[in-house]
Design a protein around this ligand. Structure first.
Ligand code: PEP
Ligand code: MG
Length: 358
């Protein structure tokens, strides 16, 4: 009832005042962004752009891009995606007017984008104007036994830099377009799955070049922070080098847990419940951060990041960003924000306040 709601609202207001960390949300649609904002989210901490490409025409254009035989073919397919992607970002900037929107460059497990069955491959042969055998060969060429450790994240952008350029152009143009309507876009661009600083340098060069190109075309001076996910143990351990090139870190604790433990995220249900039952592990480390090991990687990374770039912005956007015990840990290592799914924003807010008061 409304009295109960009033009390809840009061506690949430106190919590927002008491906490030190910001609470952002993981959202890829204006609807989710609006829901999270109503719950008090102070920005988007992770927009997974790969989620934008699975529907209808889009998946066809994505497949066309990946299966194309050369750069020109890829560019042709990306030109179809650009206006859709620009519209996606305009929607997010509008829903988050005035608040930061952290957009992550494409990070798909590549196999989810490939046509696996014959009907799908036939369809692509038609789209590309080639025979079925050509599509089959290309799919075989791109096949991976372990896609989650394969051609994804920044690796995809390094092999196909046209993708980075399309996305960065869409972000830049969308920010400029909404600004013309009086909406304040505050984008941040994030590179996924960095393992070495050279990947970041390569990706950034492409990004900055594309932004400069849009600025030349439009006579504008758009600029935005560029940073990286820290989700590979090697990246965590070399954070001092990476921080030289990154304006912010966002901890991807899902992958950090996967790669730190060597537990597959997608198969965690097979034996982890037994592990918890037999007290080998206290909790499912994908739900509640393993503070002793994975948390130590986060702590080292924060320390090295700050030493190399004082004031570097630090956040987390893995599932743990909405888990109260993990949120307490993130408060103590000094993160600037946590980011979680829209419906976990209130609980993350309460946990962040409790950590600050405790
Ligand atoms: C992560 O790995 O924690 C993360 C936020 O990225 P994703 O879940 O999309 O891999
Ligand atoms: Mg990840």
């Amino acid at each position: 009832d409304s009295e109960l709601y009033q009390r809840f609202a009061k506690i949430m207001t106190w919590s927002r005042e008491a906490k030190r960390m910001k609470v952002r949300t993981n959202a890829d649609t204006p609807h989710d962004a609006a829901v999270a904002r109503a719950f008090g989210a102070q920005g988007i901490g992770l927009c997974r752009t790969e989620h934008m490409f699975f529907e209808g025409d889009r998946i066809l254009a994505v497949r066309e891009m990946i299966l194309a035989s050369d750069t020109e073919g890829r560019k042709k397919a990306l030109a179809k995606l650009l206006p859709m992607q620009r519209e996606d970002f305009e929607g997010l900037f509008t829903a988050m007017d005035g608040l930061p929107v952290n957009i992550r460059l494409l990070d798909p497990p590549l196999h989810e984008f490939l046509p696996q069955d014959e009907a799908g491959q036939r369809e692509m042969a038609e789209v590309l104007g080639v025979d079925l055998g050509t599509v089959e060969r290309r799919v075989t060429q791109l096949h991976e036994f372990n896609p989650m450790m394969g051609h994804r994240g920044c690796r995809l952008g390094i092999t196909f830099p046209e993708i980075i350029r399309m996305q960065v152009r869409a972000i830049t143009e969308a920010a400029l377009n909404v600004a013309a309507k009086g909406i304040k876009a505050v984008p941040e661009i994030m590179v996924p799955l960095i393992g070495t600083v050279r990947e970041l340098i390569y990706t950034k060069t492409e990004m900055l070049d594309e932004i400069a190109q849009v600025n030349r075309e439009r006579g504008t001076q758009f600029a935005c922070p560029i940073g990286t996910m820290i989700e590979i143990p090697r990246a965590a351990l070399t954070s001092d080098k990476i921080a030289v090139e990154a304006e912010f870190f966002s901890f991807g604790t899902n992958d950090l847990t996967q790669m730190g433990f060597g537990f597959s995220r997608d198969d965690a249900g097979t034996f982890l419940p037994e592990y918890v039952g037999k007290k080998i592990l206290e909790d499912d480390p994908f739900q509640s951060l393993d503070q002793e090991g994975i948390g130590e990687l986060v702590r080292i990374s924060c320390e090295k990041g700050r030493a190399a770039r004082p004031g570097i912005k630090l956040g987390v956007c893995g599932e743990h960003g909405g888990d109260p015990r993990s949120v307490t840990f993130f408060h103590h290592v000094g993160l600037d924000y946590v980011s979680c799914s829209p419906y976990r924003v209130p609980i993350a807010t309460l946990a962040a306040a409790q950590a600050a008061l405790g």
